[in-house]
Design a protein around this ligand. Sequence first.
Ligand SMILES: Nc1ncnc2c1ncn2[C@@H]1O[C@H](COP(=O)(O)OP(=O)(O)OP(=O)(O)O)[C@@H](O)[C@H]1O
Ligand SMILES: [Mg+2]
Length: 591
Amino acid sequence: MGLDNYTGDEKIVLGIDLGTTRSAVSYAHLQAGSVPKVRTVTRWPGQEDVAGDSKCHTLVRYKSNKPIAFGADALDAAEDNTHLAKWFKLHLHPQSMRTNANLEVPPLPPGVALKQIYSDFIKYIFDHACEFFQSSSHDGETIFNRLKSTFTIVCATPNGWDIVQQSFLRDAFVMAGVLPQGHDRDRLQFVTEAEASVHFALEHSDGDRWLTVGTNFSVLDAGGSTVDTTMYRCTELTPKLKLEEVTSSECVQAGSVFVDRDAERLLRLKLKGSKFEGDEYINEMLEVFEKKTKRKFDGGPDPSVIAFGRARDNDPTYNISKGRITLTSDEVKATFQNSIFDIVLSCENLIGRSSKFCDAMLLVGGYSESPHLRATLKEKLGSRGIQIVSIEDGVKKAAAEGTTIWYIKQLVRARAVRATFGTNVTRIFNSTDALHQERAAEKFLDIDGSTRVGPLLSTWVLKGQVIRADQHTTFNYHRTFKKFPGKGDLAGFEMQVYACDADEKPTWLYRHSGSSALMPGIRKVCRITGDLSGLAASLQEKKGGDGTTYWQINYNVEISFGTTALCAELHWDEKGVNKTGALTLIPDSVF
Ligand SMILES: Nc1ncnc2c1ncn2[C@@H]1O[C@H](COP(=O)(O)OP(=O)(O)OP(=O)(O)O)[C@@H](O)[C@H]1O
Ligand SMILES: [Mg+2]
């Protein structure tokens, strides 16, 4: 499934995958008339011994709030009073993804904000990727200098992230000096890691063998912190492969670092009271566990030996002999247990929610290389007739390489929305409506003389609804004013967007009318702001029930979910002419 000749303007596209433990960058130099070649940065400082390693460590070491080392070089703690920023992606995960109640996220270095860490790390990988491009492409320096002010970046994010995290990253790219303030938004695009991975997987798996029109398949991206599962249906194979999401995707924090975390708990408990209970020994054991034991473990009965120390390190009561500790198969299995339980549950949720049978499941991401995880998925899902497809090469770089392929191919035409979205409205009180009765005591008299209840959610899209990338839906709203509104009143128009992650359709937004406490499961996502002063000409003078004058404007908000983000546009009628105004989305930042 190769790439076609490119027909657009010449440009460089960079695909960036910022992973919890590892990050990677892919790129392509797009030129009209030639078939794009997607490459991955395969040399990272400090990793010279692992030739061709396409992933760098997602690490930054700080001293007095200043970054002093990045990637593999940051592992070296030679200097005193330094702090390592590790697994910092976990801090950006939204509340809805934090299923693991006892999760202890490693703290950020003191006095360094998360955005600063992201910005420092982005600058590092971007600079290095640019250097790599120039040194490893023919005439790289000239091409780079010609195109450096127009490159497009595609950044992969977990399924569970939305506009809040996207906007955080956009700020970090600006802070890093990679993109200028006020850049054209298309220069930084976002794609889910799963969607990027499916582009990689179809490019690298023998799709011809199992993919036909009507095949439903899932992609399970098992990484360091998140495991994302998305189900697609193939709707067209030729002339162009087209995919549609079948149901809303799953995103669970059950990645491979949780196996490490449980291994740490196990070792601390097991060695309590022994001379090996100190951090130094435990950390050495964990390093070997992460690099070898965990990766080799296949669920078989053989014990696992962790060689952590020297010949003089012995304690038979703790199964330690000559610097090696032996763990039984059940002990190692236990470190995988929570993570695998959550992964299987999340797959079952996805499959259960879908009305279609899942024919195949493609495994990508570093953790998907685990023989134990693969075997368990084969056992649990294979027995239901689902074919487990693994790609032998380079699954770790799937998301990174997939982002650039995504930019070029865009195979997915429809996506299932992960949450219910909408805005706040009030409704005319209807005494026969059971829902309105719930809050009958809170009904109030509106400017137009009507008795109303609210705020309720005016639903734009329902969780799980499948939306085509080019689909727009229009909602009519009106706003009333007691006094003739001045220019300022109309120019500063604002609308709050809410989301609900629950499966049921939400109703009331707040615990009580007038309260600022949101109902459980409801969250604020962003505000839509715009200049409605163009609407001044279409203001209508009206009389309320008691004869008082008020003013009303009617407008439509057109919502689309674009490729991967919420978009909104304002429309109104001005003396029979349809007018359009831009609306800006301002994310409700929680950072
Ligand atoms: N054979 C294996 N068995 C178990 N875990 C493995 C194996 N090989 C790699 N891993 C783990 O995979 C993780 C790295 O995978 P990957 O690069 O896909 O994750 P990431 O991109 O850092 O995380 P995320 O995508 O969740 O942010 C590491 O935690 C590593 O320990
Ligand atoms: Mg990843």
